[in-house]
Design a protein around this ligand. Structure first.
Ligand SMILES: Nc1ncnc2c1ncn2[C@@H]1O[C@H](COP(=O)(O)OP(=O)(O)OP(=O)(O)O)[C@@H](O)[C@H]1O
Ligand SMILES: [Mg+2]
Length: 414
């Protein structure tokens, strides 16, 4: 049969009281320790059964004793179970004077007819040590983390900096490479141009040179005065052939200069009407039989501020094409108009025209249309004209129909 523990005798309660790991102390109204279990003795470092010779204030740090007497009296007047020292750290004093952290709860009990305060005491030294160690390692951790963060930040900054330097370096190298490439490409083009020119020139030079040769040998045969007219005719042939050679060389020199970027703009103020009329005058020598250049403009003066030499060259090229690619007796019309801050020049011929399918190549270097193959030319003129017009920030267009004629339109800023 099971024992009834409700009737357990005093010895059993004492056994439980002694077995308790918390220190238990009973204190009377005057502050004397009346009872203390084994754990209380161990915690405060007293010998067995020694504590009842002491007062409760002997377990309290010197500086708090006075207040404690006051608090104790207050607690006796209004005894309610509570924890001691809420919100602050409690310290106990061992017999040898060593201070140590404690946790204490208070209660009251009547013992032998008198009210006593019962204190339950736990030594929390170990817990505090662990807490402190934890706190320290936490602080250490925070320190490490912040150091790490700082290093990461520094490294990132270094990297960003290095990266920027690298990027700059790459950009510089790239630019240099590109420039070298452009220069190389330019040189290659120039070389190609030169070699094409040499082969083209040796072909193109042959006709005027053989004309010069045959005319010269004929002149040497016409030595009497009867043949004066014949001599003049051949001298003129020689002159015009030399003119041809000269214009081929001029074309080439202009192009080479343009390609090498050696053509500088020289701006001057000049009267465009005068320039056109002068150029027409010079071109009269190369016109075919019956060809006539018509040009009229209401005003006698139109001042431009740009490169006169380039404007003249554009005119010469376009007029020489107009005469070259149209038949004897066909006129050439030049129209001039002013619009806003631009002049618009039209050079119109009634010649062979340019086949529609070939028109898109017109400004390409060395381009010559199929229907012009038997007429002397290098295919450089319009390529140069286009470059000149671009240099002057102008614009060139054309309209052409085979067997009807061609009109070039050049717009140039005044
Ligand atoms: N007014 C024109 N009428 C018909 N065809 C033309 C006219 N102008 C140019 N072309 C065509 O365009 C080609 C290129 O003209 P471009 O002036 O560049 O060279 P080119 O006259 O052949 O030689 P050059 O270098 O002596 O001027 C000509 O060969 C010709 O086929
Ligand atoms: Mg030409």
């Amino acid at each position: 049969m099971e024992k009834d523990f409700n009737n357990t005798n005093a010895e059993a309660f004492r056994a439980i009281y002694e077995a308790c790991e918390e220190g238990i102390i009973a204190v009377d109204k005057s502050g004397r320790i009346k009872m203390a279990n084994t754990a209380a003795h161990v915690i405060f470092g007293y010998d067995k059964n020694e504590l009842p010779k002491y007062g409760v204030e002997d377990l309290i740090p010197e500086s708090l004793k006075k207040n404690h007497v006051h608090d104790r009296t207050k607690f006796h007047a209004n005894p309610t179970p509570r924890r001691m020292g809420a919100g602050r750290e409690l310290l106990g004093v061992k017999k040898d004077g060593e201070l140590f952290p404690v946790e204490i709860s208070l209660n009251v009990a009547t013992l032998n007819g008198d009210s006593h305060v019962i204190a339950y005491i736990i030594d929390i030294s170990e817990r505090k040590k662990i807490e402190a160690a934890l706190k320290k390692s936490e602080e250490q951790l925070i320190l490490y983390a912040s150091q790490l963060e700082k290093r990461v930040k520094e490294r990132t900054e270094e990297l960003v900096y290095a990266n920027k330097a690298l990027e700059t370096q790459i950009a510089v190298t790239k630019k240099a490479e590109q420039e070298a490439l452009v220069a190389l490409e330019k040189e290659r083009e120039l070389n190609e141009l030169k070699s094409r020119f040499v082969s083209m020139a040796s072909h193109e030079f042959r006709t005027p040179l053989s004309t010069i040769l045959s005319s010269a040998s004929l002149i040497s045969k016409y030595n009497d005065s009867d043949n004066h007219d014949k001599r003049i005719k051949h001298v003129n042939k020689i002159k015009s052939s030399i003119g041809n050679l000269n214009s081929i060389l001029n074309d080439f020199l202009s192009l080479a200069k343009l390609e090498e970027g050696k053509t500088d703009l020289v701006k001057t103020k000049f009267n465009l009407i005068e320039i056109i009329e002068e150029t027409i005058g010079e071109m009269e020598g190369v016109l075919k039989k019956g060809q006539k250049i018509n040009f009229s403009f209401i005003d006698k003066k139109l001042t431009m501020n740009t490169d006169k030499r380039i404007v003249t060259n554009i005119l010469i090229n376009l007029i020489s094409n107009a005469t070259k690619y149209s038949a004897e007796g066909k006129p050439i019309d030049i129209f001039l108009a002013v619009e806003n801050a631009n002049v618009q020049l039209e050079i119109k011929d009634y010649g062979m025209g340019i086949p529609a399918s070939e028109q898109k190549h017109l400004f390409e270097r060395f381009f010559r249309a199929k229907n012009a193959i038997n007429i002397q030319g290098t295919g450089l003129g319009l390529n140069i004209v286009k470059k000149y017009v671009d240099m002057l920030n102008g614009h060139i267009t054309f309209e052409s129909e085979v067997s009807k004629g061609t009109t070039f339109k050049v717009i140039l800023p005044i």
